[in-house]
Design a protein around this ligand. Structure first.
Ligand code: PMP
Length: 288
């Protein structure tokens, strides 16, 4: 069965799916995206993802390429046509196709939309979470508006590549003052010795992760206290537990930071507990 992508109103074979050479996403990274987890045949936290998409589009003054209801149908249809039960759905909206010029094109230019879906093996993810991952740190070198989920991800790409070449799984951005910003594609959390969950406040310095927001709901359910504040790399290295959140990994334990072992080098009980109840707490939208 061939993979199917949705491109500007049409369902096409993934291998034939293409956008125009003058699409502004391609030329200027002038676009935004979302990634939602698909688990057990449900889209996880779709409302929050589409609300964030709406915010990203408004911040950049890009219009919706289609109605929200139509977009939800197209997302579901791409998931269905690709027989994805567990995996992810990716959607990207750019300002559209126009002769190359930095300033915005005329208002009638229609935003471009692409949707793809991909299967993932939940057992592989669970196996990774059982071991935990290692990360390296890199100096924050991104622009100030990383709260907008743009496709301009070159610093994130370079950080992840640096991690891979260093034999680590992922990378964190660290501010000049030593405080932890976020992962290359995730938010960072620590559990203090007093069992308080700490994650950086979501101002313009990080992306307000949807998983981060839902983990705050999960923490409430579990009776854990949450503090949204800056924390330093030193505090993270000394924490009881460390984990990262993103739609595709939920809560992933970090057991090594720059080669320094966290806690006892094994995933902790709080991270496990969050993973265990996350799906129950999150919003679930049926795809079948
Ligand atoms: N920060 C960055 C830079 C990211 O790319 C992501 C993943 N999209 C996140 C945080 C986590 O966001 P979410 O929980 O919505 O996947």
């Amino acid at each position: 069965m061939p993979r199917i992508a949705y491109v500007n109103g049409r369902y096409v074979k993934h291998r034939d799916a293409a956008v125009h050479v003058e699409d502004r996403g391609y030329q200027f990274a002038d676009g935004v995206y979302e990634v939602c987890e698909v688990a057990r045949g449900f889209i996880v936290d779709m409302t929050r993802h589409l609300d964030r998409l709406d915010r990203s589009l408004r911040e950049l003054r890009i219009g919706w390429p289609m109605s929200r209801a139509a977009l939800q149908i197209a997302m579901t249809e791409v998931i269905r046509r690709n027989l994805v039960r567990d995996g992810l759905v990716y959607l990207q909206v750019t300002r559209g196709v126009a002769p190359r010029d930095h300033v915005f094109p005329a208002a009638h230019v229609k935003p471009s939309i692409v949707i793809t879906a991909k299967r993932a093996d939940p057992r592989a993810l669970a196996a990774k979470a059982e071991k935990g991952i290692s990360i390296i740190t890199v100096r924050e070198n991104r622009w100030e508006r990383v709260d907008i989920k743009t496709v301009g991800l070159l610093p994130n790409v370079l950080a992840r590549q640096q991690a891979k070449e260093a034999g680590a799984h992922d990378a964190w951005f660290i501010d000049a003052d030593g405080s932890v910003k976020e992962g290359a594609a995730s938010n960072v959390w620590i559990v203090t010795k007093d069992n308080v969950l700490v994650t950086r406040q979501a101002d313009t310095g990080i992306l307000r992760g949807i998983t981060r927001t839902t983990v705050i709901d999960v923490a409430r359910k579990l009776g854990l206290s949450v503090e949204e504040r800056d924390f330093s790399l030193a505090e993270a290295k000394d924490a009881k537990e460390v984990f990262m959140t993103s739609a595709t990994t939920i809560a992933m334990p970090v057991v090594s930071i720059d080669g320094h072992s966290v806690a006892n080098g094994h995933p902790g009980a709080t991270t496990d507990a969050i993973r265990a109840v996350f799906f129950d707490v999150a919003e679930k939208t049926r795809t079948h």
